[in-house]
Ligand binder design. Structure first.
Ligand code: ATP
Ligand code: F6P
Length: 443
């Protein structure tokens, strides 16, 4: 049997990793866990978060701060039961083929961490501890205000009282909390310690490629507010002909879009702040971005070039069906995995976009002018779209999409340039040059 590989081409036959979050409440553990899960799933790595708080809530939906006091025997018992239930489900999930499980809890004592480590090790699961340590009072208060007051724990409660109770909860945890390896006796653990949102990181005993991918990703995260603007190039001459790939010029309407883009961007930014512009190396994206203000830094990326259609480059869908009928059918059956002869699949594109995603995570405001397939993949990352569906998404021409990452998701706004353009969307089985997207295809 051929070895199973994950999305990044690494053999995963034997690799199972439990990422164990560590840290006091309101330190961004769930934020980090969710982002890691989204990134790994985007790479087609089977990853799942197990949030101990959700298990605890079934037993104690609205606990007050003293539930979390070590002296509270009943509270302690229920918290342990919640941790055990989460661990039990996670181990089952691993036995069914899961690759990276993320145990999202405070895991704030050495005893609890040892228990997690021993339990996982017995099952052949590697353990990577990830601690978020932050002592910035103002940031912790902002986190409480931003996400904790809307937690189901405090549903219907007065916000002032809820904030005070959450601070008391943190104090109870502080009484027993030990930072990872604080006493030097956890030195043989594999861990990443992120201090003050990445201003300092400590990496200890990272063992393999997959662990290092996760660590590298987490090191690049930041939480400064910013947005990412996405646009396809203006309508091209190939778009008018229904031809794929190539390096065609813009159509007259495509040029109109290029002229209108700076205003569209300015209106959506809301204030006068310069963005960084990324384009592909193909003429149509460079042309589309050419009127953006000179104080916007521009960068061309080969990784943003359109999906390579190999021998089909420059053909219409009808021509592809005529010349390569079997390929045409295969592509429709599994569009995400189908690789054009001498070209790429959507899966290949995701892999080549990984450095783009990494750089995007590190960056501030960016506008990306790129191509339909590339935009689908980037959009799927931010909006957590299923990879089997994302290649079928409709991404209209002459439309600017603004994505704003928030604590637990991404907000989306769209700005139409009101300049007509052909549709390049294609439904399953169709060879039409221009087809109206079905309602379900609209992202
Ligand atoms: P709890 O233990 O109560 O579940 P938590 O540690 O999981 O808390 P989150 O719910 O993830 O905390 O808190 C989210 C908030 O933390 C967001 O506002 C996010 O911006 C912020 N945040 C994200 N990363 C970090 C970090 N490394 N340090 C501090 N705050 C962060
Ligand atoms: O206090 C934050 C919290 O997420 C609770 O909702 C949850 O019950 C607890 O942490 C889980 O961590 P522990 O392992 O300390 O019980």
């Amino acid at each position: 049997m051929a070895p199973r590989t994950n999305g990044i081409g690494v053999q995963v036959e034997d690799t199972k990793i439990c990422v164990v979050m560590v840290g006091l409440p309101a330190r961004g553990k769930s934020f980090i866990a969710q982002k890691a899960q989204r990134y790994l799933q985007w790479l087609s790595i089977d990853a799942q978060t197990f949030n101990v708080g959700n298990y605890r809530r079934t037993e104690a939906p609205h606990p007050s701060a003293d539930f979390f006091d070590l002296g509270n025997a009943e509270g302690e018992k229920r918290r342990r039961a919640a941790a055990e239930a989460a661990m039990h489900d996670m181990l089952d999930w691993f036995r069914n083929g899961g690759v990276i499980g993320i145990l999202d809890a405070t895991n704030s004592t050495k005893e609890r961490r040892k228990w997690v480590l021993d339990t996982c090790t017995k099952e052949g699961i590697e353990v990577l501890f990830v601690e978020s340590k932050c002592d910035d009072e103002a940031m912790i208060m902002a986190n409480i205000r931003d996400v904790k007051l809307t937690s189901p724990d405090y549903q219907g409660q007065d916000p002032e009282q809820a904030a005070q109770d959450f601070k008391n909860r943190i104090q109870n945890y502080e009484k027993v909390y030990k930072s990872l390896d604080e006493d030097g006796d956890e030195n043989d653990y594999t861990y990443l310690k992120i201090m003050d949102v990445g201003s300092q990181v400590i990496i200890n005993r990272i063992r393999d490629y997959l662990q290092s991918r996760v660590v590298y990703y987490l090191m690049n995260l930041h939480i400064r507010p910013r947005s990412v603007w996405l646009s396809r190039h203006g309508e091209s001459l190939y778009n008018l002909d229904g031809r794929i790939g190539g390096d065609a010029d813009l159509s007259p309407r495509g040029h109109q879009y290029a002229q209108k883009l700076p205003q569209l961007v300015r209106d959506s930014v809301g204030e006068d702040r310069p963005l960084t512009v990324w384009t592909s190396t193909l003429k149509r994206t460079i042309s589309t971005a050419r009127f953006l203000p000179e104080n916007y830094n521009q960068l061309q990326w080969k990784a943003l070039d359109e999906l390579d259609a190999g021998v089909c480059d420059g053909m219409t869908y009808q021509e592809i069906k005529d010349v390569y009928p079997e390929d045409f059918v295969q592509r429709d059956e599994d569009k995400y995995n189908y690789r054009y002869r001498g070209g790429e699949s959507y899966r290949d594109v995701v892999i080549r976009l990984e450095p783009i995603i990494m750089e995007l995570e590190r960056s501030e405001d960016i506008i990306i002018v790129t191509h339909q397939a590339i935009l689908r993949c980037i959009y799927a990352y931010f909006m957590k779209k299923d990879q089997s569906k994302s290649p079928w998404m409709n991404v209209p021409l002459h439309t600017l999409i603004k994505l704003t990452p928030r604590a637990y998701g991404t907000d989306e706004e769209r700005f139409s340039a009101d300049i007509p353009a052909v549709s390049t969307w294609r439904g399953k089985g169709s060879t039409a040059k221009h087809e109206n997207p079905t309602p379900g295809a609209n992202i």
